[in-house]
Design a binder for this molecule. Structure first.
Ligand SMILES: NC(=O)c1ccc[n+]([C@@H]2O[C@H](COP(=O)([O-])OP(=O)(O)OC[C@H]3O[C@@H](n4cnc5c(N)ncnc54)[C@H](OP(=O)(O)O)[C@@H]3O)[C@@H](O)[C@H]2O)c1
Length: 343
């Protein structure tokens, strides 16, 4: 069977936060994997997972599962992606990778389906899924860029604990319970419980942390604006799911807040919730479990001649990872179906 006609889908990292969200998202979209192969480490082998009403067994990671695969989703660790994504792609599978390893690699498309799906060509078969904070910002900035031009972006993130994986989320929950029981005294100042941490990721260049550098570089690549000035400050906050972003932009042309509200409200993948009088705005809790990127607090910033300030929230496990990855697979599936009709 050619890779194009295969419907075999392999998920590496099936027991993680993103992997679990990919399984739930695949249930909702007409991708119909046949078979769906779920893989994780040896310790998770034989775990049972439900997919469309059927109980499925998680297998220990084995790269021979890539044989005849149509799509392989990677949602494991960076090192695993680095070694095995090229192997899976070399076997003819479309590889959609959630790690940071290939995102900035020349020739590897970094794709948000609402923004740049056309960058998926017949090759390479390796496609990078962007960082969670980048996806939601790119979805919102793209229509603004097209209509008003974009001169600079200043963004501060309020990133939930789930963005750092299941172990980090579990640690936050343990620390929170301990603080409530015993008081704050025993907790290290670097614990996220009842705290905010302005140092997300590893130390990078010029006093920036890696999460900030990822956001800045990935945004430029996705929007196709290599020289766009972007300044990101990434902050981890003790929410469970859903990343918030406070954004200030300078535009080329004047952008009236009402006009931007209408524009964003009509754009794919965006929901505007912006009721100043009623104080109705997006929050991480509201965005959890939702597909859309939510925008509110749209207003003039009052610091550049043409500017805007606004607040963006999305479910980091869905649009920030699993949903975006599945939408990429769906785009490929639809393109292949159209090609088969013309064969
Ligand atoms: N969390 C987010 O919001 C988010 C957003 C965008 C991108 N990402 C990226 O998505 C990836 C997964 O993130 P996550 O939050 O889901 O992490 P996670 O909850 O820690 O899950 C990691 C998954 O990878 C599996 N795994 C680890 N090492 C493996 C190995 N050697 N062989 C096979 N499977 C292995 C784990 O299996 P076991 O359960 O058996 O250990 C688990 O299923 C990461 O690259 C992350 O940077 C995450």
């Amino acid at each position: 069977m050619s890779a194009t006609k295969s419907r075999k889908v392999v998920l590496v990292g099936a027991t993680g936060l993103v992997g679990s969200a990919i399984i739930q998202t695949l249930e909702r979209f007409p991708i119909d994997p046949e078979p769906l192969v779920l893989m994780a480490t040896k310790k998770s082998a034989d775990r049972k997972v439900r997919f469309r009403g059927t109980e499925m067994r998680v297998e220990e990671f084995d790269p021979s599962a890539f044989d005849d695969a149509w799509v392989v989703f990677f949602s494991g660790k960076d090192g695993l992606s680095e070694k095995y994504c090229p192997i899976a792609a070399g076997k003819g599978a479309w590889v959609i990778d959630n790690s940071a390893v290939f995102r900035m690699a020349d020739g590897v498309p970094l794709v948000v389906p609402e923004v740049n799906p056309h960058e998926i060509g017949p090759a390479p078969r390796l496609i990078a899924n962007p960082n969670c904070s980048t996806v939601q910002l790119a979805v919102v900035l793209n229509p603004i860029r097209k209509n008003f031009g974009l001169k600079r972006v200043i963004v501060s993130t309020y990133q939930s604990a789930s963005g750092a994986g299941s172990e980090y989320l579990a640690q936050l929950n343990r620390d929170t319970a301990e603080s409530l029981e015993k008081g704050f005294g025993g907790l290290d100042a670097s614990s996220l419980a009842f705290n905010c941490l302005p140092d997300v990721g590893s130390q990078d260049i010029d006093g920036k942390f890696s999460e900030e550098v990822k956001l800045e570089n990935e945004l430029r690549k996705i929007l196709g604006m290599p020289d766009l000035p972007v300044c990101a400050t990434a902050v981890r906050v003790p929410t469970q799911v859903g990343h918030g972003e406070s954004v200030v932009i300078e535009t080329e042309k004047p952008a009236d807040p009402d006009e931007v509200r209408s524009l964003l409200g009509e754009s794919d993948g965006i929901a505007v919730e912006d009721e100043f009088e009623a104080r109705e705005f997006p929050t991480p809790r509201k965005a959890t479990g939702m597909d859309d990127v939510y925008v509110g607090r749209i207003r003039r910033a009052g610091i550049f001649e043409n500017d805007l300030a606004f607040w963006v929230v999305a479910d980091n496990l869905l649009k920030g990872a699993a949903l975006n990855a599945v939408q990429i697979a769906l785009y490929i599936r639809e393109r292949e179906k159209a090609a088969l009709v013309h064969e």
